[in-house]
Design a binder for this molecule. Sequence first.
Ligand code: SAM
Ligand code: SF4
Length: 463
Amino acid sequence: MEFINENYIASLIDNVRLKNTQLQSEIINKAIEAKGLSLKDCAALLNIDKPELFEKLFTAAYKVKEKIYGNRLVLFAPLYVSNQCVNNCLYCAFRRDNKQLIRKTLSIQEIKEETEFLVKQGHKRILLVTGEHPKKSNLDFIGEAIETMYDVHVNGGNIRRINVNTAPLSLEGFKTLKSFGIGTYQCFQETYHYNTYVKMHPDGPKKDYAWRLYAMDRALQAGIDDVGIGVLFGLTDYKFETLALLEHAFNLDKRYGVGPHTVSVPRLEPALNAPVSYNPPFVVDDLSFKKIVAVIRLALPYTGIILTTRERPQLRRELFEIGVSQISAGSRTSPGAYKVLSDLNDNSQSEQFQLGDHRTLDEVVKDCCELGYLPSFCTACYRSSRTGDRFMRLAKTGKIGKLCTPNAISTFKEYVIDYASPQTKTAALKTIDNEIQKAESKIKNKILRMIKEVDAGRRDVYL
Ligand code: SAM
Ligand code: SF4
């Protein structure tokens, strides 16, 4: 694949000059300007192994995140609609040959019930996830599922943005997907290393590396402005994967004028009867994982970095301090697990992989407030057509924060009034007060106006 040049990436990883601590320190100084980095710079930063440089790297990454997005953390939950799959990915419990998995595709009524459950928790963003199956989860089904989710309204609450993580489609397929009103289309390359890719995906349509690699090109050509890329860390050397992922991002930016809207950094978790998941060939330790997140933040200052409940609460907290900007909370990874199957309370026979963070949305929100972050349920950009290059222009010039903070506060106030437990309410109101105090006077007036409207019962107030 012309833009994933394995030999060039390997040469950067082996280049001894890029292991120089003086050079690494200078690159961090430059990165604080939030103008991004070259692939070579990123290779040097991935080589950091001295404790004092780790600290400097992490601090710089947070400064950049704060400069662009402020201290807000956007919240979402996944909704799995089917675990039927024709592929055989060696790391995933949904793989075709896993006869131990209890298979389920939700009915439209069940999708409605699952969505109602999430709306009642206070969620405004859903990530629709499904296995690849031409009959069980084809485009018609996905379209109906999305329409059903958007139609759910409970006591003034509703889902306002649906992102989608499904198998790659043809150009025509992506045009249809766009017509369903999706937010971001996500698809992870899993591994950019060709031979590893072939080994991990022995059969099914997913075995075609190039079809997956060029999925984002087709999505963008079909008019889906916001695309999300990612790597499944643990399959091969993390330095290789991070550099290849960044090459992909730089290349999209160069050819389409927009980089990825989001980057996801899933690490391999144990998954039922999925051989590779129990024994990852290249385990990524926590410190290296933090380094990966920091380098991505410095290389792509304007990009949302997504962290899911795969990770444990304590590590999640540490990663918030490094530049993560979007997080899932209260998640389950099996179809029907929120409501339909909740009586069973054991989804181990139908889930995709095991989770590290089992806290509810309310608990995560409270924790974020106590750590000094501003939880956000904002979905404004997408509904104001601030997508693709329009979003990137605001993000790249650091102007997006001026919209993010007021919108985060008004949507958070909505959450506090409608859904927060008494303990969370106390922490949340303190957070909102602090944010109002911090705001410049022009923005402060806007925020106060928006809050007044929310207090008066208006919902979905945004700039
Ligand atoms: N089936 C589609 C696909 O593979 O692109 C879309 C959804 S798949 C359910 C979502 C993602 O879950 C995959 O892209 C993969 O990165 C991740 N995943 C699979 N097995 C995992 C595991 N054992 N631990 C962590 N993440 C995993
Ligand atoms: Fe199917 Fe996706 Fe799991 Fe692979 S990762 S087995 S394609 S659900």
